[in-house]
Ligand binder design. Sequence first.
Ligand SMILES: NC(=O)c1ccc[n+]([C@@H]2O[C@H](COP(=O)([O-])OP(=O)(O)OC[C@H]3O[C@@H](n4cnc5c(N)ncnc54)[C@H](O)[C@@H]3O)[C@@H](O)[C@H]2O)c1
Length: 441
Amino acid sequence: MRVAMIGTGYVGLVSGACFSEFGLDVICVDKDENKIASIKKGVMPIYEPGLDDLVENNIKAGRLGFTTDLASAVKDAKAVFIAVGTPTRRGGGHADLSYVYAAAEEIADAMDGYTVVVTKSTVPVGTGDEVERIIRKRRPDADFDVVSNPEFLREGSAISDFTHPDRVVIGTESARAKEVMRELYRPLSLIEAPIVFTSRVSSELIKYAANTFLATKITFINEIADLCEKVDADVHDVARGIGLDGRIGKKFLHAGPGYGGSCFPKDTMALVHTARDVGAPLSIVEAVVEVNAKRKASMVDRVTKACGGSLKGKTIAVLGLTFKPNTDDMRDSPSLDIVPAIIAAGATVRAFDPEGMDEAKEMMQGVEWCDETYCTMENADALVIITEWNAFRGLDLERVKKIMNAPVMVDLRNIYEPTEMYEAGFDYYCIGRARIEPKNK
Ligand SMILES: NC(=O)c1ccc[n+]([C@@H]2O[C@H](COP(=O)([O-])OP(=O)(O)OC[C@H]3O[C@@H](n4cnc5c(N)ncnc54)[C@H](O)[C@@H]3O)[C@@H](O)[C@H]2O)c1
């Protein structure tokens, strides 16, 4: 079966490459000529472990191609995926659906024969109806179905998430479309991945409900962490103690600086607006959005406290800028709140991230960019860990102490143990765990 993937970003590129690995003929389309040219040369536009090999192998096998010509890709395709961006609309929290609708118009003009148009982008309830209306209006003669098939992959483990999903959600009531979708995902039946068939609106809502639930779980443990600090409890133990309860589950219970990334912030906002628009406001999600924003903004206070109450004239080393490890994605990363706030408080920031530097340089000003981990700490008065890259988990603490002005660490991801840091002679600040005053303080 031939598949066209419209939009070759994180989701389109990974999904397209994985479908070709399943044995399907896939053409990925993007408007961005540079992106397509660079992929054709073997240079991936994003950092995602394993992606370059997957793309290269499937191009060689003749199953995966890239183009800027949407019409030629769509013409012979049985399934056309819309995987374009749905960012937050300017001046409000609604999702901006202009890319989705523009893609729908272009698809309408190009399709030939029965076509299943699949929305993989995260879109609010009712978007599928609008896509169908747009296509029908432009092509009253067309034979097509519009299906919702939200994507749940996580950046950093996108390939295994796509090929070993917890579930695949498919929203359609058309028997013909169901058959096409079944065929697309047939390889997953070998690993018995559950496929949830549902209505289009339920499928659209499942994606938002999943993301807002996870954002709520993170925000919950973040507030519990603050409470732990007040009562000398340990958030690691609390998270483990509740996470072992099968009804709660262990994942997404890591306290930190607040959620960020390309999905949770915009999806929580979009669902809040959808719910308000239809008169069924989601008070819990509204509180989550507010608490998370305050949390990100308050992280600078922890750095200030670690520096004795003022950041004026201090040098702060920052390790990790992306919203999570194993990605170069900086969208809505907590670092975008924390770093500018440290600079605004009068400090110099020296920063390093293994993959996110190019994007970070475009989004932050006034930072001294460093090429590697240890040089970042030269003469620093405090070291702040914002992203838990593996490379930062096993720092040579003796070396760190020698390089820095003072052995002060603010670990916003709890990657070190308070007792270990105490023994190593650090003034160590983390999240939601009892602080041990250093011997020499
Ligand atoms: N990034 C994630 O981890 C993730 C996970 C699940 C779902 N999603 C959802 O998937 C969607 C895509 O997200 P992303 O992170 O891949 O976005 P992205 O911004 O990385 O990529 C979107 C791509 O679409 C291209 N594009 C836009 N209009 C086009 C058109 N008419 N024709 C061809 N190309 C076009 C853009 O040039 C861009 O390269 C969003 O709705 C997002 O919420 C993202």
